[in-house]
Design a protein around this ligand. Structure first.
Ligand SMILES: NC(=O)c1ccc[n+]([C@@H]2O[C@H](COP(=O)([O-])OP(=O)(O)OC[C@H]3O[C@@H](n4cnc5c(N)ncnc54)[C@H](OP(=O)(O)O)[C@@H]3O)[C@@H](O)[C@H]2O)c1
Length: 264
């Protein structure tokens, strides 16, 4: 098997690499490049070797570009100096495909938007590429399916919707869960381990219900009874327009994603 190189080995690369290792990919097929030794040392500890930029060669089948947007063009130039006929998957938020493509004569380029839960096999990744890059798109899908699930987007602009909804999504739920964390901790007399276990199993239960194809309303109705506690809670949430406010938050994130992509 040819090798995958993570160009930029920070937060998101490390999450994907951990997920890939857990899914059984051989460590010797994963390489990384990062100018920050903290990242390369972290990866070395889990058996992933870093290479120098001089070692870029055709043994590498796919480069995952995972640097911050401000560093992306310089990274492309560095790669283009050493390789051209290659497959690049850019994870860089906000930089459109053609802006990456213009650095290379022959490279096939796709974009992917993963999430850090890839580390636990719970990744959700959106993939976009031009029809001419079908082979790369399918390869990318296969790769990201090893760390969760993925969807292929028809239009590049849909990446903004995905980012606002799924990319930023876990943070919305962490934010909401702060209410639970505070109250569950009180119930557990401040024992964080017990509180975390309760919240984690609580979320697993919700997740299992979704996976069992039970609709959201059905799931609520199974819990709620007339004049009961759940009905009182839900009515209060409805009365305070919580759903509309939640959706407003998502719309703001989608809008920001679009603004960022217009900046580059
Ligand atoms: N984090 C996420 O959840 C997530 C999700 C989806 C997409 N993304 C996208 O993925 C990209 C990376 O995000 P991240 O959070 O993983 O960033 P990060 O933790 O900052 O990692 C990027 C690493 O790349 C290094 N780097 C930058 N330019 C380089 C170059 N030319 N040669 C070698 N190393 C270079 C950086 O070094 P320095 O520290 O010296 O700058 C840094 O260590 C971003 O564009 C982001 O939009 C992130």
């Amino acid at each position: 098997m040819k090798k995958i190189l993570f160009y930029g080995a920070g937060n998101i690369s490390q999450s994907i690499i951990k997920g890939l290792i857990n899914s059984g990919i051989s460590k010797k097929n994963i390489l990384c490049i990062d100018r920050n030794p903290v990242n390369t040392e972290k990866l070395l500890k889990i058996g992933i070797k870093s290479v120098s930029k001089k070692q870029l060669n055709n043994e590498i089948d796919m480069i995952i570009l995972a640097v911050k947007p401000k560093d992306a063009f310089q990274a492309c130039q560095e790669i283009a100096k050493k390789m051209d006929n290659l497959n690049i998957v850019s994870l860089v938020a906000g930089i459109k495909l053609h802006k990456i493509e213009q650095h290379f004569k022959k490279a096939k380029v796709a974009r992917a938007m993963p999430i850090t839960a890839s580390a636990y096999g719970k990744g959700i990744t959106a993939i976009y590429g031009k029809p001419a890059s079908r082979i790369l798109i399918n390869k990318t899908k296969k790769l990201f399916n090893q760390v969760g699930t993925s969807i292929i987007l028809k239009k590049e602009s849909e990446i903004n919707n995905f980012t606002g909804l799924i990319g930023s999504g876990p943070a919305y739920f962490f934010y909401l869960l702060k209410v639970y964390e505070k109250r569950v901790l009180k119930l557990c007399e401040g024992d964080k381990k017990v509180a975390n276990k309760i919240i984690s199993i609580f979320l697993d239960g919700i997740s299992s219900s979704v996976a069992a194809d039970i609709s959201m309303d059905e799931a609520i109705n199974i819990i709620a009874s007339k004049k009961g506690t759940t009905e009182a809670g839900i009515n209060s949430l409805k009365g305070n327009n919580v759903l509309q406010l939640f959706e407003k938050g998502i719309i703001s994130a989608v809008r920001r994603s679009k603004e960022i992509s217009d900046e580059y």
